[in-house]
Design a binder for this molecule. Sequence first.
Ligand SMILES: *[C@@H]1O[C@H](CO)[C@@H](O)[C@H](O)[C@H]1NC(C)=O
Ligand SMILES: *[C@@H]1O[C@H](CO)[C@@H](O)[C@H](O)[C@H]1NC(C)=O
Ligand SMILES: *[C@@H]1O[C@H](CO)[C@@H](O)[C@H](O)[C@H]1NC(C)=O
Ligand SMILES: CC(=O)N[C@H]1CO[C@H](CO)[C@@H](O)[C@@H]1O
Length: 330
Amino acid sequence: MLTCRMSLIGLSIYLFCIIQLQCIVAVRCPVGPNERPIIGILAQEASHRMKSLYNGTYKTYIAASYVKFLESGGAQVVPIWQGKDVSYYENILRQINGVVLPGGSAYFNTTNGYADSARIIYRIATDINLSGTYFPLWGACLGFEVMTYIAAGDQYICKRCYGMNNVASPLEFKSDYRTRRLFKHAPSEIIEILNNENVTANFHHYCVTEEDFAKVGLSNTYRVVTINRDSRDTAFISTMEHDQYPFYGVQYHPEKNSFEWADRLTGIPHSSNAIKVSQYFANFIVDEARKNFNSFRTKDEEKESLIYNYEVTYTSSPKSSFTQCYLFEW
Ligand SMILES: *[C@@H]1O[C@H](CO)[C@@H](O)[C@H](O)[C@H]1NC(C)=O
Ligand SMILES: *[C@@H]1O[C@H](CO)[C@@H](O)[C@H](O)[C@H]1NC(C)=O
Ligand SMILES: *[C@@H]1O[C@H](CO)[C@@H](O)[C@H](O)[C@H]1NC(C)=O
Ligand SMILES: CC(=O)N[C@H]1CO[C@H](CO)[C@@H](O)[C@@H]1O
């Protein structure tokens, strides 16, 4: 009787330990989507205009619209600096859940500039994915162009195109767009709006054609998801996604619809439907980042890295085409 009771107690302790252990394991293993995603945004060179307006005080910046866009999808943001060594990017990318390469107007040939930093990020993001960890990358406009440049082995395949600066357009979907991750689960209402209304803001003088894309081998790794046509009816790629990695490039600016207000920029749509599609993209990017479970080593390091540590400046038109910017002296 006594031994029986003893062994029952023993069994209970044993079962208790097993359950505890499983709990610990369960907590350590990712069980569901990451509910605290943090996304990095690469800073870029301040434009000449910005430099002269602020007496050369600022070297790099991040347009606040990208920050607010990601926040609207439920993510927090960390700035990623330019021109650092590889170990800096390795360190930061292994603590965050995705990266956005923003639009703007930087040259790709600046030493330690936008493209040099983007190239290191692209390589690390590829390595992380190859090693079995989901790590998304989103490029908009210049970010899209730099992705094609890097993926093509530093070949600049953008060509001059016409009538695409400061203009809102619909997207022309490729016939198989429903098989692409970006639109696989999109509500049909979103597809209809994107397909029929002027809801994507274009701010570019250069375009990538499908022919040039194929010529440098990019059609082997990326899928063209949508195209647009410039004012001379030249078709160009407006949305692409990587075949294997969660890498996405858009030639338009979904982040502008909700967050950029310069009066002279009539190409930024602010209709209710334009905001719906902007929100669709924000949710999509952040949901991709939710599939990654990187986190900062310590809460202090996380706190020190977040964008909240920096002041946002009201840059307003006509000073800048951005309503608000984070301006950095480094
Ligand atoms: C830039 O310098 C000019 C002339 O010294 C000054 O009036 C202006 O306030 C400065 N602007 C800023 C943003 O510091
Ligand atoms: C970088 O490229 C631009 C545009 O093609 C060119 O004007 C500039 O001279 C180049 N700069 C360097 C350092 O090569
Ligand atoms: C979209 O904009 C173009 C001009 O850029 C205009 O011709 C067209 O009617 C607009 N479409 C809609 C649905 O508003
Ligand atoms: C190794 C790994 O996780 N690869 C992933 C890279 O991204 C694609 C989606 O774009 C996943 O399907 C792969 O599993």
